[in-house]
Design a protein around this ligand. Structure first.
Ligand code: MN
Ligand code: MN
Ligand code: MN
Length: 289
């Protein structure tokens, strides 16, 4: 079971384990012909690619974090212009939000007697400001706790010291940024939020009102009934359908590049809206910044 379209994966520039070049090579090996690297709140990967294999169409993308009510929600921007000044400002704003929250977590942990948690977690987070997982790894490293589970149970889980509110830009702002950067806003992995159907419908209505145009119908390996359910929802709301693995690292078999079924026939694929690859240069690389 494989799919030649994978529009959701992560590189070392967010929380993935492969470099952008390694990702492209792995995609080709997996029979993927269209790939988007969608790192969390950054497009740094696109300036680090040495060349795009001729058999691969690379669609510039990003995965933005936001909140809707008290829920964390992820919005993909697909087909964005990575040189867009709007996008550059958006990425800087999200980085600031990430940084503020990380510093707050650090301060809270300091009050619990854990010194320099922010600085130390920063080392473990590959350039982006650390998130709770990185703080947890640090706590394990310095043996304040025995394992990740204990780190969350005692310090970082809901209601604990490190449970600090996110400062992400709101949903309407995120969608506006994506549109201004020439991209299509796509709701990532709708089934992961564990929203009731009523709430998910309310979300989609609002998402569309703000200019959202697509949703992931397939996110990695999932049950056939889930796929047909999401396909039905996408056609009902007139949303473009996307699919992706949410690949982070080799070895997770339910999230491997292109390793899932094709989109159902009834869906209108999001790639029907992408500009055809411009053949203006005689190299195989897409214009990158
Ligand atoms: Mn991730
Ligand atoms: Mn996500
Ligand atoms: Mn993701």
């Amino acid at each position: 079971m494989s799919n030649p379209h994978d529009l959701h994966c992560h590189s070392t520039y967010s929380d993935g384990q492969l470099s952008p070049d390694e990702l492209l090579a792995r995609a080709v090996g997996a029979g993927v012909g269209m790939l988007s690297i969608t790192d969390h709140d950054t497009i740094e990967a696109y300036s680090q690619i040495s060349s795009v294999p001729a058999e691969l169409a690379l669609i510039p993308g990003i995965e933005f974090s936001t909140t809707w009510g008290s829920k964390g929600v992820h919005i993909l921007g697909l087909g964005i212009d990575v040189d867009s000044p709007v996008l550059e400002a958006a990425v800087a704003s999200q980085a600031m939000a990430r940084q503020q929250r990380a510093e707050e977590i650090g301060q809270k942990l300091e009050k619990h007697g854990i010194k320099n948690a922010f600085e130390n977690s920063l080392r473990l987070s590959a350039g982006q400001a650390p998130g709770r997982v990185h703080f947890a790894r640090h706590l394990v490293e310095v043996q304040v706790v025995a394992n990740m589970r204990e780190a969350f149970k005692k310090y970082l889980g809901d209601g604990k010291a490190g449970d600090v509110r996110q400062h992400w830009a709101p949903l309407d702002q995120i969608i506006e940024w994506i549109r201004q950067a020439g991209g299509i806003a796509v709701l990532a992995h709708p089934l992961k939020y564990q929203m009731t159907r009523t709430r998910l419908r309310r979300f989609l209505a609002e998402f569309i009102e703000y200019g959202g145009q697509g949703m992931e119908v397939i996110s990695g390996k999932q049950q056939p009934f889930e796929t047909s359910d999401m396909a039905r929802l996408s056609t009902e709301f007139g949303l473009l359908a996307s699919c992706g693995s949410d690949f982070h690292e080799p070895g997770r078999l339910w999230a491997e590049l292109g390793r899932y079924e094709p989109l159902p026939q009834r869906c209108e694929p999001v790639w029907s809206r992408f500009q055809p690859h411009k053949a203006e240069s005689n190299t195989s690389t897409m214009p990158l910044r």
